[in-house]
Write a protein that binds this ligand. Structure first.
Ligand code: COA
Length: 278
């Protein structure tokens, strides 16, 4: 089946030094998410997930926006004409790639270069880490056009920030900037836009040096244990580590050896050299 070139162009990808830079690529529409973009993003995630030359995925936006949320015309108005089936299909396509990203094999970083609204909170939360431009604007704008913050956005706000802030944010429809987004827990750090990419590349370079099996087990654990009792979490973590050992039983032994026997590094100060691992 041939895919419409307009649909293919909704997402841009460059792979460089182990990092896949994936961009929302509808800058003239402020990178709002249309069904075509959602379908293409899922294809891109599929293509990159198990590639040997990709160790970290960065999600960013072309132009002045990260993503202005769902496309009010193509995602809402034009799918509603197909009735419930049209709406559910559009939801499956968007929620589908966000879920895929939440549990992605590789570490993921949201590089929020500009506007981030409503539905954009889905992929924002799906990324493991998030870095923003100080001038980026975050908003639950749904209330401003007459709906509730759906598509998981209300959930994301309450997961990331306090009850009072989430309530104010959702009810008032006021934006916050990148620095406030740090204070609220939406992102890890905010930087001047011209320093953003370099900082994200630096973080990605650190992640690329870590044991990839341990990274996947770690990121899944942090997401899973949030919803567990202490005892369930303790049990999950035992099992998750033992499952990780079935894919990589040598990594942690090498990590211990390089510290205790070889004395070539200190785990408190950095990662072991995984290139020496058998
Ligand atoms: N859905 C559909 N179209 C959108 C869109 C969205 N979410 N966000 C932007 N666009 C379109 C605009 O309609 C405009 O299209 P046009 O050139 O055909 O007129 C184009 O993108 C540029 O947008 P514009 O509003 O002129 O850009 P701006 O830089 O002045 O403002 C925003 C940027 C993000 C503040 C503004 O576009 C906006 O409020 N977007 C909607 C945000 C929102 O509520 N998203 C939904 C959350 S679920």
């Amino acid at each position: 089946m041939t895919i419409d070139p307009v649909e293919l162009a909704t997402v841009a990808v460059t792979v460089e030094n182990g990092i896949a830079w994936v961009s929302f690529n509808r800058p003239d529409k402020r990178n709002c998410m249309s069904p075509r973009l959602n379908r293409q993003m899922m294809r891109v995630l599929d293509d990159l997930e198990f590639r040997e030359d990709v160790g970290v995925l960065v999600l960013t936006g072309e132009g002045t926006a990260w993503s202005a949320g769902m496309d009010l015309k193509e995602y809402f108005r034009e799918t509603e004409v197909d009735g419930l089936g049209g709406t559910r299909k559009a939801q499956r396509e968007s929620y589908g790639w966000w879920r895929r990203l939440r549990w992605y094999q590789k570490p993921t970083i949201a590089m929020v270069n500009g506007w981030c609204f409503g539905g954009g909170y889905g992929p924002l939360f799906a990324c493991d880490l998030a870095f923003a431009a100080e001038d980026a604007q975050f908003g639950l704008s749904e209330i401003n056009w007459g709906i509730l913050p759906g598509g998981g956005a209300a959930k994301v706000a309450t997961e990331l920030t306090s009850f009072r802030r989430a309530m104010y944010h959702a009810m008032m429809g006021e934006n916050i900037d990148g620095k406030t987004a740090v204070e609220w827990g939406f992102v890890n750090e905010a930087l001047p836009l011209d320093q953003l990419k370099a900082r994200v590349a630096e973080v990605a370079a650190v992640l690329l040096k870590k044991n990839p099996v341990a990274l996947k087990a770690t990121k899944d654990s942090i997401r899973r244990v949030r919803e567990m009792t202490y005892d369930n979490a303790e049990d999950y973590l035992i099992r998750a580590q033992e499952a990780a050992n079935s894919y990589d039983s040598e990594g942690r032994k090498e990590g211990i050896k390089q510290f205790i026997d070889d004395k070539t590094y200190k785990p408190g100060l950095g990662a072991y050299d995984k290139t020496k691992q058998r």
